[in-house]
Design a protein around this ligand. Structure first.
Ligand code: LLP
Length: 424
């Protein structure tokens, strides 16, 4: 049986492996629910971007919102990767992983004064600024701190990324970026502000994009703006073209990172901008297919309308199906020679929205281990403690090595920081 997604997650006989580790064995050793990531797969995905950009001034900035576990950051850092952050919390994670802040771009539509102060203090490479109001605040924070903020304006190219509405960000109606029509004026305004140094331009149009066309349309709009801005004597050193490349969850056919980057570079060169530094902010495409979530089947519950396969992972571990109706592959860690039945795979959380997969043909029994595929991105980083469920443990593998990179949360961890009321 071949699986969509990464070649690093595959059956050998009837046993599902990630790299050279059996997932059922990892589940026995570390317990479930358990996220397992292949470092090999992550670095291969990063390498595809880096190879496509070789010979140019560039930095691939991993959008760490996709998976912000410290060991994941550390693995990318060791492979010359930069980082895209969206909060003060992500900045502290970067610092905790020992990463040089000068490889960090700070994105996000609602940066606070305190986040700006901290990012200036540690010296991030660039702020991706999303509104005039943010620009003014950053100028005042930087001036007060006696520092200069390097700035790139995130422009909204008004291009349809052809993806789920919740994760489309480059349309006029989205909250993100500075409208194409006002970008030149905001750049001109930026030149008048103290504590601001303009270094680039930025755009990001959405996530799980499976076609090259929206990227090229957005790129054209951005290059138009670069030319318009520079005609006012404002120099833009780098182009940050965002992230958003989709992965294969089931039968999607996104372009490969190499092909997409090659097409974008060809357009950049054709328009005479080949000398500029290129930044990219991929998240999902670096980690999504490098990870799985292993979960134990607790009960099979046949019903009149539906059969349910109740597992020990839930919407608090993998929110994507409940949140976006997203399809995630679900397969057994050990194949059984038995006829499959059709199940809704659901978790123990007290909501009917708590499902991981619907109408899945599976040959399983209670006690079996199932793997939710493509779970390296936007799963652990979106996990919650709903129903007072501790978050899962995480393991990183490379070849036959397996390292626990995050301990399973215990009940005591969940109420740390809470206080009982004083006696009446
Ligand atoms: N840069 C910016 C400014 C972003 O907002 C994002 C994602 C990225 C880069 C990385 O995009 P990626 O390469 O991962 O597509 N939780 C959703 C995805 C939300 C994406 C938000 N922004 C999901 O589970 O599908």
């Amino acid at each position: 049986m071949t699986l969509p997604g990464s070649p690093h997650v595959a059956y050998r006989g009837d046993t599902l492996f990630i790299d050279d580790c059996s997932l059922a064995e990892l589940a026995r050793r570390f317990g479930t629910p358990l996220f397992v990531y292949s470092r090999t797969a992550m670095l291969a995905a990063l390498g595809a971007y880096q190879r496509a950009l070789a010979g140019r001034d560039h930095l691939v900035c991993y959008a760490m919102k996709a998976n912000s576990s410290l060991a994941v950051l550390q693995a990318f850092d060791r492979a010359e990767c930069g980082f895209d952050i969206v909060s003060g919390g992500e900045l502290e994670r970067v610092l905790a992983a020992g990463i040089d802040p000068n490889k960090v771009v700070f994105s996000g539509v609602g940066k606070t004064r305190a986040e700006m102060q901290r990012a200036l203090e540690v010296g991030v490479m660039c702020f991706n600024v999303e509104s005039e109001s943010e620009l003014d605040l950053l100028s005042s924070v930087a001036s007060q701190a006696g520092r200069t903020a390097r700035v790139s304006l995130r422009v909204n190219p008004d291009v349809d990324a052809l993806t789920h509405p919740y994760i489309s960000t480059g349309l006029k109606g989205n909250k993100f970026g500075i409208a194409h029509a006002s970008a030149v004026d905001v750049y001109r305004h930026a030149t008048t502000l103290a504590g601001i140094e303009i270094v680039g331009i930025d755009c990001h149009i959405g996530s799980q994009i499976t076609e090259a066309r929206p990227y090229l349309d957005a790129l054209d709009r951005v290059l138009d703006l670069v030319e318009a801005v520079e005609s006012h004597g404002i120099r833009l050193h780098h182009l940050d073209l965002g992230g958003g490349l989709g992965i294969r969850y089931t039968d999607e056919q996104p372009p490969s990172a190499d092909a997409l980057v090659a097409a974008m570079l060809a357009r950049i060169d054709a328009r005479g901008h080949g000398q500029r530094k290129i930044l990219l902010e991929p998240g999902r495409s670096l980690v999504g297919n490098a990870g799985v979530l292993v979960s134990e089947v607790l009960h099979l519950k046949p019903g009149e309308d539906k059969n349910f396969c109740v597992v020990d992972a839930a919407m608090n571990d993998v929110a994507r199906p409940a949140m976006y109706g997203a399809w995630m592959g679900i397969v057994p860690c050990t194949l059984r020679d038995a006829p499959p039945m059709t199940f809704d795979v659901v978790g123990p959380v007290c909501e009917s929205g708590d499902w991981l997969g619907r109408d899945r043909a599976l040959a399983v029994q209670a006690g079996d281990m199932l793997a939710v595929l493509s779970a390296g991105a936007y799963c652990m980083s979106m996990a919650s403690n709903y129903n007072s469920r501790g978050r899962a443990a995480e393991v990183m593998v490379a070849g036959s090595n397996a390292w626990l990179i995050r301990e399973r949360e215990l009940p005591g961890d969940l109420f740390r920081g809470e206080h009982l009321l004083p006696a009446d």
